[in-house]
Design a protein around this ligand. Sequence first.
Ligand code: GDP
Ligand code: MN
Ligand code: MN
Ligand code: MN
Length: 255
Amino acid sequence: MELTPVTDLPEIRPGDDIATLVADRADLEAGDVLTVASTVVSKAEGRMADLEDYPVSGRAEEIANRLEGITGEEKDPRFAQAVLEESTELLIDAPFLLTETRFGHINVNAGIDRSNVPDHDILLLPKKPTESAERIRSGLEACGIEDIAVIVTDTCGRPFRHGQRGVALGWAGMSASRDWRGELDRDGHELGVTVQSVVDELASAANLVTGEGAGGTPAVVVRDWAFGDHAGSDELFRAVEDDLVRQALREWSFD
Ligand code: GDP
Ligand code: MN
Ligand code: MN
Ligand code: MN
C-alpha cells in the first residue's frame, strides 16, 4: 500500500471544483482511494464564517460565561453560538464544548476550525460530508477517472487517549467498514464482534501524509489497498440508543 500527497494544490476558494483540481495534478488509477481534508472541502463549499454573523442567544451567553469562569480564558459567546448552530446535541458544556453535528459526527466545538482559514474567523465542517465525497467522486468520473473511492477526513481528538488523529466524516465508492463477523481466526473460532472501520483507518494513515500545518497537502492518493473479500457495512456513527458512553454523558455534569 502506498500513500502519495497531491502536490501543488492552490489555496481553495468558494466554488472551486476539487475533483478537477486533483485530476489535473494526480495520477489516479481505478481502485485508488482519494482522501481529502474537510478543511478544503469546506472552503470549496463556502463554509467560512465570521463571528459577527452569529447574534448571541441567552444560552450561548450562559455557556461562554461559564466556560470563562472555569477555564480563566476569554470565551467569545458568538463562537459558542456558532457551535450550537452546527449541532443537534450538546454532550459536554464544560470545561469545553463537545457536540454532535447535524450529520452525526461528535467532535469538540462541532469541528469548527480556526486554523488554515484566511480572511475569515472560522471554518465550519462540510454540511453533508458524504454528499461532498459523492460529488468529488462523480466529478472525477466526469474527468474520465472511474472507480475512485473518496473519503472526506478531519483531524479529531479522542476520548481516553492524548493526541489527535484523522477520521472519516464522509465517504463514497466504498463501504465504511469491513465486517469480519462470521469469519474464522487462526484457531477456527468464529469472530463475533469485529467490524473494522476502514474509512477511519485510511483517514488516519492519510493524515500522516497531509500533516496539520502549512504543508499544503490536503489530498492523498492511497494505492494498492484492497477492501478484500469481506461483507461491508456503512454504519460509522453510533445512534444514541446504541451508545452507552453518550448515555452516561447525558447524566454527567462538570462541577
Ligand atoms: P483538517 O484536518 O481538515 O482540519 O485540515 P488541516 O487544517 O489539518 O489541513 C490539512 C492539510 O491541508 C495541511 O497540509 C494544510 O496545509 C492543507 N491545506 C489547508 N487548506 C489548504 C488550501 O486551501 N490549499 C492547500 N493546497 N492546502 C491546504
Ligand atoms: Mn484545520
Ligand atoms: Mn479540522
Ligand atoms: Mn488536520
